[in-house]
Design a protein around this ligand. Sequence first.
Ligand SMILES: [Zn+2]
Length: 217
Amino acid sequence: MMANHHPSNETLRRFSDGTLKSGPRIVVAVHVGGCPHCAERVAEFEAIGGAALDEVAPVDMSDTAYEHLMARVDAWDGKADADTIAVPRRAELGIRLPEALDGCGVGPWRWIGPGVRWSKLEVPGDPQANLMLLKVAAGRKLPEHTHSGREYTQVLSGSFADERGRYRPGDMDEADSDVQHQPIVDATGECVCLAALEGHMRLRGFFGRMIQPLLGG
Ligand SMILES: [Zn+2]
């Protein structure tokens, strides 16, 4: 499975240096775990970061920095195996979850509109993380909209399309305020995505728009 849509270089760099918040980090980890192309980019960024660390005196690197680095390494299992999104877990959801979600609490599917369900994910250590699964029925069309903040959407099953192309399993849609689109889930079947929203901005994205009332925004 080769992805056609990838995170931006900036996002991969932030994933590499640990500055991406937990929700987006997990979405990117799922993508990178199934995308050799992005795994290579991450390795390059990490090599650059390692070289920069080599230039400072060892005394400058605190124990906490090392722990932070190790926590990040632990969080990403590094597997570039397509099977990582095919391991059956949380059977009650009726879908197979990526291993990057192993540590997360998973809520039940909740109805939020015709043909749309969501499941909130609890990220250990970050109760504010806006991370969720969304399941949208075949053929469902979303209103045209823009984004007020960056939104990360990784397709787990099914597909959707907008003016920029078609998003299939393994693809990641990274949409910011420059993107205006009208996504439509393909008629061949429902689409399940893992999505994260950066910060606490107004939610107007493909999925954010639908869950805005639930988050009290
Ligand atoms: Zn990729």
